[in-house]
Design a protein around this ligand. Structure first.
Ligand code: LMR
Length: 328
């Protein structure tokens, strides 16, 4: 009996000691943009909230500016456990799920309000689960904003894009979009864009205002046409293995902190887009071109056939659902 008591005491001590010294869960959050962008700010807010509330149970390290991984490697690294969270742009998931290509269709969403309504709809929320089979969990959408066209010559009508080289993200829809106006799309990592522009290896690109300003693209592109022709938003993802391995209470706390950080990031996105647009105009480094409704219509007409090209891949029903979000 005494032996048994001693054994129980030893077990209790061992487990007790383990509970005290258990190493904190480590979350490495890797992304490719500057800390001053909606994604950069969201990631920092997430770290602050988690560390404030969960103390030494969870640590979050944020790696901005492609310091740890570019978006071409980050999802593979996640399955290997080398990084636990990332928020690649929705344009970078094509290899994992064709449905997410919907977000790249040109002129699909009228504005960020429509993007948000679609993301928050039942269909939009279901898309967060579209990566499950590949071992990822979509934890939420994060906004950046509508994209603008930049180049080292003025782009007012589609014919101006003819023969010009455009850097794009790794998306076939975006490739088709530039091909539709006679452009030459080049899939290149975000970390290379500034140099490609500076050395004139590319003529132009498409980016939301916060990416243009924070990476100084406006200093190496003479013109930016305000087209709002598409959206650049993100999905915050983690690996199913990591996420399901967290204890239930901890997972719920981490998710709550993330939801709050995303809400903050989304508020910042709208504010920063307007501020950074103005800063670019004030800098005088790049001329911001307004196009007329008739000119815009020419871009729409030229790019719209891309919808048909990808409708079976994406699903026409999904496209119809997304279009509904344009109605307020
Ligand atoms: C890009 O590659 O242009 C963007 O996806 C970068 C980003 O994360 O906003």
């Amino acid at each position: 009996m005494r032996l048994l008591t001693a054994a129980i005491a030893t077990v209790a001590l061992t487990f007790g000691a383990q509970a005290v010294t258990a190493a904190p869960v480590e979350i490495k959050f890797s992304h490719v943009v500057a800390e001053s962008t909606p994604k950069g700010k969201m990631a920092i807010r997430f770290k602050e909230l988690v560390e404030q509330r969960l103390g030494d149970k969870v640590t979050v390290s944020v790696f901005p500016n492609s310091q740890l991984f570019g978006d071409d490697k980050v999802l593979e690294a996640m399955l290997l456990g080398d990084v636990q969270m990332a928020a690649p742009s929705l344009s970078k998931f094509q290899k994992y799920t064709p449905a997410l290509q919907i977000f790249d269709l040109p002129f699909l969403f009228n504005d960020m309000g429509a993007v948000d309504r679609f993301q928050q709809s039942e269909t939009g929320q279901e898309l967060l689960n579209s990566l499950r089979k590949k071992g990822y969990v979509g934890l939420g959408y994060l906004h950046n904003g509508m994209k603008q066209l930049s180049a080292n010559s003025p782009l007012r009508v589609p014919a101006d894009a003819e023969g010009k080289k455009f850097r794009i993200q790794t998306s076939d829809v975006l490739a088709a979009q530039f091909e539709a106006v006679g452009g030459v799309p080049l899939k290149k990592p975000f970390s290379e864009v500034f140099t490609l522009m500076q050395t004139k290896a590319i003529d132009g690109s498409e980016n939301p205002w916060t990416n243009i300003y924070s990476k100084k693209f406006h200093e190496v592109q003479s013109y930016i046409t305000e087209t709002d022709h598409g959206v650049l938003d993100y999905m915050v993802v983690t690996s199913a293995e990591f996420w399901n391995g967290l204890d239930d209470d901890l997972r719920a706390e981490v998710k709550k902190a993330l939801d709050e950080a995303i809400a903050y990031g989304n508020e910042e996105a709208a504010k920063l887009a307007a501020e950074d647009r103005q800063k670019i105009i004030d800098s005088g480094r790049s001329e911001v071109l307004q196009i007329t409704e008739a000119e815009r219509e020419l871009w729409v007409e030229a790019m719209k056939p891309v919808w048909k090209q990808f409708s079976s891949d994406i699903g026409q029903d999904l496209i119809n659902e997304a279009l509904k979000a344009n109605a307020k």
